[in-house]
Design a protein around this ligand. Structure first.
Ligand code: SF4
Length: 86
């Protein structure tokens, strides 16, 4: 499975679990009340929850699909969402 887009819905409790799973994709900036998707792995280059733009992942980002899926499965709030291609 290849993940092409990932975003974070509301309700993050900043538990750091997703960051631990994949630091190249997830981050919790100082003072932020939510984890974000890093612009480094997004074609639009924006670092935020990606709920509005729904920016696609870069090729390098899609190569992290396994750990993104792991992060989504491990999120205690079940708010990490993604789209895939087969
Ligand atoms: S695992 Fe879920 S609740 Fe925890 S920091 Fe990441 S998005 Fe937030």
């Amino acid at each position: 499975m290849t993940i092409t887009r990932v975003w974070i819905e509301e309700g993050c409790i900043c538990c750091q679990a997703c960051v631990t799973s994949e630091r190249q994709v997830f981050s919790i900036p100082d003072g932020s009340d939510s984890a974000i998707i890093l612009g480094d792995v997004r074609l639009d280059g924006v670092s935020d929850r990606n709920v509005i733009a729904r920016g696609d992942l870069t090729v390098a980002g899609t190569q992290l699909s396994d750990t993104i899926e792991e992060a989504a499965e491990g999120c205690p709030m079940d708010i990490i969402r993604f789209t895939t291609i087969a």
